[in-house]
Write a protein that binds this ligand. Sequence first.
Ligand code: CP3
Length: 347
Amino acid sequence: MSTPAPTKTILRALAGETLPTPPVWMMRQAGRYLPEYRATRAQAGDFLSLCYNSDLAAEVTLQPIRRYGFDAAILFADILLLPQALGPKLWFAEGEGPRMETTTTMDQVKALKPTEAIHDTLAPVYETVRILSRELPRETTLIGFAGAPWTVATYMIGGRGSKDQGAAHRLKDTDRATFAALIDRISEATVEYLSAQIDAGAEVVKLFDSWAGSLKGADFEDFAVKPAAYIIAALKARHPNVPIIAFPREAGHGYVGFAAKTGADCVAVDDSVTPEWAAEHVQKDGCVQGNLASRHMVTGGEDLVRETRRVVDAFRKGPHIFNLGHGITPDADPENVALMIRTIRES
Ligand code: CP3
């Protein structure tokens, strides 16, 4: 049985088609820069309550779609819900970012809950996906996601975010067996988590490896490339038609060949590389997503218009999904997002 060709713009780009106007969505498009998000978050009480309230999580996912008509909606959740479902406590200290009970010994890795148990905690996330697949406009693609094992491990080991992921590097370099066992447990759970999102209606899934840039040399191969390749192969075996976007943020030279090595349908690039460089070295392997610097959503004006056109032009000769290089920040002006979208669609 052959699969019909996709009609939604994002799915067409992911299938390798070069479109006259790139489809667009934005990382963190449902977020604090939007007054309607802040209102719904206040109604939910706090960030985690919002993530686990399927109706409100679906509502904030839909808000930027209604306001801007993005080509994709990304499920509203967080990469740290999966490790939380494996047992460690998670909380968000106001203004300080995430905190997590640490996992640093083999006994603690062995004490994590079995993979099947994650669905008890994560059921509300799957329900959010089901609501969204009913309520999204028919032309909008629904993207599910998870953190990549290395990035998730940095929070599990360090107990919080850090600039250099020092605690995770130390465990990797001093107790390889424990570190590798943790990466394996996260990898296995990620396959089940993303597979359940797909069963609930996610049409594309994305792996966020936000801290991939701090893995160098063989470590990048072992802990960014290999886990992504494992997860993608397992998902493709079960869901051969669901495209996968990989985002090894700040990978630099590691972006080259990443799609071929991991089986990803698209590589998302951040703005530490130029769009011209990414077009030459990454887009030759297939679809690229990116990579306008998110500061333009704060500063706006002629710089925004010029740099938006530059990104569109650089990637014009191949499959491209327009996005920012990283998430939009809370101090962004919603008017600048509208200006970016107008510029893309008029370019
Ligand atoms: O992109 C989206 O709109 C979908 C939802 C989404 C969130 N987090 C919501 C969120 C996604 C895809 C994420 C991914 C995520 N979460 C990553 C990987 C991507 C990246 O940004 O590098 C990481 C590292 C996390 C962990 C996390 N969650 C951190 C470090 C923080 C605090 C930083 C911050 O911006 O405050 C969060 C909180 C978070 N996740 C917010 C949102 C909208 C802000 C929380 C709030 O409303 O107070």
